[in-house]
Design a protein around this ligand. Structure first.
Ligand SMILES: [Zn+2]
Length: 321
């Protein structure tokens, strides 16, 4: 086991939550010690099982008669994991449980990957897959990014997509990348600066940050292009239109209302957002003929799906689809 943080055991504090008097191992994370059970750790982790069964020179230190294992994780991260393992919170990972904080899942994925607690890691990844999917059929239910996050089974903030990208890279779970990178591309300064969580600085790898900056620009172009294309009175519309002279000015007005009078409104929302309510407003109080209306909506639907497909190209994921 790598010893990353040589905190002298005289300067550490005991975890109030995880100090079992009959515990059989002392874990040291940062400046905090945790007295827990070897058996439980071994049951879930190949790495801990090997560590406890094969004599390890680095765990020769002892505290209260227990071997000491120093970990590089922060105390907060370790608490998340121990609450699931030792606190009997395995139910937290049931697929029907809603509102689990993202930080817990992130700690489980990272810890589970490093210490080969594969069952825990994969259950946590499965929950994240409900938010970060790459299937087009699910995307049809995607309305607004803000709603997508608000109603997710995981309690997650936009900036935490940075962590999701890093976890996806770590575990080679590439299916999470299109939406996670897309969400990162919608960040402002945090895209570059990252943020602090549980004693860890979460930041994108420079290569991923570059992808996001480039994608942000290309997606803005896409959404602007779609706005003009969908209200354009093209051949597909003129073919079935009931009255060209009636519809053309109305379509032009609708485009102005959605894109020009409220300039910035469409761009204010994300390129993947549905903005259906803009469409309703755009055709009020007088709407073009039903054929032009439905054709406009169809162009919008097809355009959104194209933007979704573009994510795979912009983020260089097209080989994985
Ligand atoms: Zn028409």
């Amino acid at each position: 086991m790598q010893v990353d943080d040589q905190v002298p055991t005289s300067n550490v504090i005991r975890s109030e939550e995880f100090w079992y008097p009959d515990g059989s191992v002392v874990l040291v994370a940062g400046n905090t010690t945790f007295r827990v059970y070897q058996g439980l750790l071994s049951q879930h982790s190949v790495v801990f099982r090997d560590m406890f069964t094969i004599p390890q020179p680095e765990i020769a230190e002892k505290m209260d008669g227990c071997p000491i294992v120093r970990l590089s994780e922060s105390p907060q991260e370790l608490v998340h994991v121990l609450r699931v393992l030792h606190g009997g919170n395995l139910n937290l990972l049931r697929p029907d449980v809603e509102g689990i904080p993202f930080a817990i899942l992130a700690a489980l994925v990272r810890f589970g990957h490093k210490y080969e607690m594969l069952m825990l890691r994969d259950q946590a990844l499965k929950l994240l897959d409900q938010v970060f999917y790459d299937t087009p059929s699910k995307f049809t239910e995607f309305t607004f990014l803000s709603e997508h996050l608000d109603y997710a089974p995981v309690e997650i903030h936009l900036r935490e997509a940075i962590t999701v990208v890093n976890l996806a890279r770590l575990t080679n779970t590439l299916s999470m990348l299109p939406l996670a990178l897309y969400m990162c591309s919608q960040l402002d300064e945090e895209l570059i600066l990252g943020f602090e969580q549980d004693g860890r600085r979460e930041q994108l790898d420079p290569a991923d940050a570059v992808l996001c900056v480039s994608a942000k620009q290309r997606l803005s172009h896409d959404i602007t292009h779609l706005l003009f294309r969908m209200f354009e009175y093209d051949d597909s519309m003129s073919k079935h239109c009931a009255d060209r002279d009636f519809c053309v000015p109305l379509l032009h007005d609708a485009m102005e209302r959605v894109g020009l009078e409220n300039y910035g409104t469409v761009l204010h929302f994300g390129p993947l957002d549905g903005w259906d309510h803009f469409m309703e407003e755009a055709f009020e109080p007088v709407a073009p003929c039903s054929s032009c209306q439905s054709r406009t909506c169809k162009k919008k639907k097809l355009g959104r799906m194209q933007i979704w497909r573009n994510l795979f190209v912009y983020f260089k994921l097209d080989n994985q689809t």
